[in-house]
Design a protein around this ligand. Structure first.
Ligand code: NAG
Ligand code: NAG
Ligand code: NAG
Length: 536
């Protein structure tokens, strides 16, 4: 074959493998400044969109760029770092602040969050943090030059992290293009569902951070309703007020509220699936794409394989409480190592500290990086200990591995609670500060020695895998769908109704007035008849 025709064939192959099923569009993805798992989700979507032949631009804040793994992004993606006004030290200080609040357990409290948003925490660090976030909103929303450069790029669609409302604001106010909101987690509680206009009956939808399940007792339903009122106040009014002030200042607001902007999203893509989330109402433009990061296991590298095989019939425990590794002190590391050393299993521990725990057992392997999914998919793996992050939750379900959870903050307890509802997990109830080496050992042994946890994990795995389409493919399918057909047919009219119309108070009022009139006239006729009878 001629070299030129070989090259032509290669070109055809490359074009075909790009699966160019749709016409190429210009897509903007904006990374949030929060955790790396959000970046992971957006990069998976970006890579898949590139495979489908789209031109993808990924905007990312410079101050978090150094802690993102660039290798996760397809080479064909245009990366555009943007300036953070927050210097790296300040970002590091913020992360440190949250780590300490995590350890103290405050980050699991809805009251603490409320005080943080309302500026009621008697803590100069918290105040500084809120000011930084306010400044950050200004930077993200940018100035006229920035807007002009975005407009010139001619984007067809923006993909935003739901945690970064500034992205939706730019897509709506500045670019006037459709946008998709992505959340690395589920419509926990009622917060997101208010933004999506989905009913969330408080009788069986537990509010965020209440740590209730979908079957609540009477006192729990009372507390659930109170937590709901709190949630409306914090998320609908307080948390967006800073952003609204900046929109006002930049002259962007023009009559639409943040709530309306969210409601106009073409799609909401949630890293969530009903195998984990309790059944509840959603809307047609909500795509449940839970577990986008899971994939079949690959063979382990020789050193991991040797260690795992060396466990014989006893098997292996995978310990990966990633957030904890950054904030753990020596005493805590020793406490955990002592519990692990007593186990009749081999342990692979994701550990990044400088000092080996003094109580480390000879059954425990420390590694600064773990091929987590491949380890969980190995048939010698018996148990997974993690903090309850959403990606780990789906990996444990996908590979059918029982779980012991050490929750640290926010939605982690909610995720673990749902894994426990599936019968495949237990978790440390009082948080990391409450746990002792002995209680941790007892909890691990409870899950390791009772086969029902494994049975339920395997059941959940079967349900989760039985899907018509991979979650990532499904998410990208719907993005292509709205690029082609728009999203008007997927959005209910609820956003156009007033509160009175939505709750049918106008109709109830008319019906009540009519009923009263009817009763009154009947009574009148009746008494008139009686009188006539008496007279006769
Ligand atoms: C792809 O996007 C980049 C960045 O917005 C832009 O410079 C480039 O011209 C686009 N390419 C095509 C083929 O549209
Ligand atoms: C590991 O430690 C246990 C007890 O701490 C001991 O019985 C065993 O022999 C040790 N194994 C090896 C290979 O050193
Ligand atoms: C575990 O996997 C290995 C290959 O990785 C296979 O040879 C072995 O039969 C499997 N064991 C069980 C119990 O499935």
């Amino acid at each position: 074959m001629h070299r030129s025709s070989a090259a032509a064939w290669l070109l055809v192959l490359v074009i075909c493998s790009r699966q160019s099923t749709t016409e190429s569009k210009n897509i903007l993805i904006v990374d949030s400044i929060v955790g790396g798992s959000h970046f992971q989700l957006l990069s998976l979507l970006g890579n898949e969109l590139v495979k489908r032949g789209h031109n993808v631009t990924f905007r990312i804040a410079e101050c978090v760029w150094h802690i993102r793994d660039r290798a996760n992004l397809d080479a064909a993606i245009n990366c555009q770092p943007f300036r953070c006004n927050a210097p790296e030290e300040l970002v590091a200080k913020m992360l440190d602040f949250f780590s300490r609040k995590t350890l103290s357990g405050e980050m699991s409290s809805i009251v603490w969050f409320a005080k943080l948003w309302l500026g009621l925490l008697d803590d100069p660090e918290a105040k500084e943090l809120m000011n930084t976030m306010q400044d950050f909103n200004e930077v993200l929303l940018g100035d006229g030059d920035f807007h002009a450069s975005l407009i010139a790029a001619n984007y067809d669609l923006a993909i935003c992290d739901l945690m970064l409302p500034a992205c939706s604001v730019i897509a709506h106010d500045v670019l006037d293009i459709p946008y998709v909101n992505v959340a690395n987690g589920g419509p926990l509680g009622t917060r997101y569902s208010r933004w999506i206009d989905t009913p969330s009956p408080l009788s069986y939808v537990p509010e965020y951070l209440t740590h209730y399940t979908d079957s609540m007792t009477f006192p729990q339903r009372i507390k659930n309703s109170l937590a709901h009122a709190f949630s409306v106040f914090i998320y609908d009014f307080s948390s967006t007020s800073g952003l609204e002030a900046v929109r006002e200042k930049l002259g962007l607001r023009r009559g639409t509220s943040m709530m309306e902007i969210w409601r106009k999203s073409s799609l909401f893509i949630f890293n969530w699936d009903f195998v984990l989330e309790y059944p509840r109402p959603t809307q047609p433009n909500v795509i449940m794409a839970g577990g986008v990061s899971v994939r079949p296991p690959q063979p382990l590298s020789p050193d991991f394989e040797e260690f795992v095989q060396g466990s014989g019939d006893r098997g292996v425990l995978v310990f990966s409480v990633s957030t904890l590794t950054n904030i753990m002190d020596d005493a805590m590391a020793d406490m955990i190592a002592a519990a692990l050393a007593r186990l009749p299993l081999r342990v692979v521990w994701k550990f990044v500290g400088d000092r080996r725990p003094a109580t480390l057992g000879n059954n425990t392997l420390l590694a600064s990086w773990l091929p987590q999914g491949d380890l969980l998919g190995h048939n010698k793996t018996k148990l997974f200990i993690f903090h309850g992050g959403i990606n780990g939750a789906y990996e444990s379900i996908y590979h059918g591995v029982p779980v012991v959870g050490i929750p640290l903050f926010a939605d982690q307890i909610d995720n673990l609670l749902r894994l426990r509802s599936l019968g495949m997990a237990e978790y440390v109830e009082g948080g990391i500060r409450e746990v002792t080496s002995d209680t941790l050992y007892q909890l691990i042994m409870k899950v390791a020695s009772n086969p029902s946890y494994k049975q339920h994990a395997v059941e959940a795995s079967g349900k989760f895998k039985a899907q018509p389409q991979q979650p990532l493919k499904q998410a990208v399918f719907w993005i292509d769908h709205v690029l082609h057909y728009g999203a008007d047919h997927l959005r209910s009219k609820v956003g156009e109704l007033s509160w009175i119309q939505y709750h049918m108070l106008d109709v109830a009022g008319v019906l009540a007035a009519f009923s009263i009139l009817l009763i009154w006239s009947l009574r009148y006729c009746f008494s008139a008849l009686c009188c006539r009878a008496k007279v006769a």
